[in-house]
Design a protein around this ligand. Sequence first.
Ligand code: GRF
Length: 187
Amino acid sequence: MVKKRACIFISGSGTNLRSIIKNSRDYNFPINVNLVISDNKNAKGIDFAKKFSIPYIILDSKKDKFEKIAIKELLDRKIKLVCLAGFMKILSKNFVRNFKGKIINIHPSLLPKYKGLSTFKRALNAREKITGCTVHFVDEKLDNGKTIVKKKVLIDKSDNHEQLKKKVQSEEYKAYSIAIRKIYNAN
Ligand code: GRF
């Protein structure tokens, strides 16, 4: 199997990045992580790119410049899939159109519930009994594209923010892996 060339966009701790890299070491996993792009020079996730010897670019610039350089890098490096993993910029319509159907994102809620930020806090405040995460295609609207995989997480009455975040994030790692396999019909 020829693995598809993928790039992961990050802004922060990069634990989803780490999980995707680890999965990609599996012979049967459909993608290889060929590039990491961070829009934050202090993102902890950059350390995972270094640790696993994956090329990385820090693009700590305004959106226009970020996107111009990112598009060129993605095209030059023949990247076929862009995975957003804790990436905090909202990509422009132009960027999304350039890579239509080739950008996916992970969001820490069961979309369409709780689009946007502070999803754990909002779910706890609303006394939800259930939340989760969603991997979806990125379209021109925020947290809106077609769902690929959803994973549910039960909220215990005693859960605080950190506990809930930990529970959801451990499901995120599985969800991202399942979603990438699903896109390419891999087992
Ligand atoms: C994850 O919870 C993801 O759902 C959200 O941002 C967080 C990123 O965590 N979009 P990490 O950088 O992968 O550790």
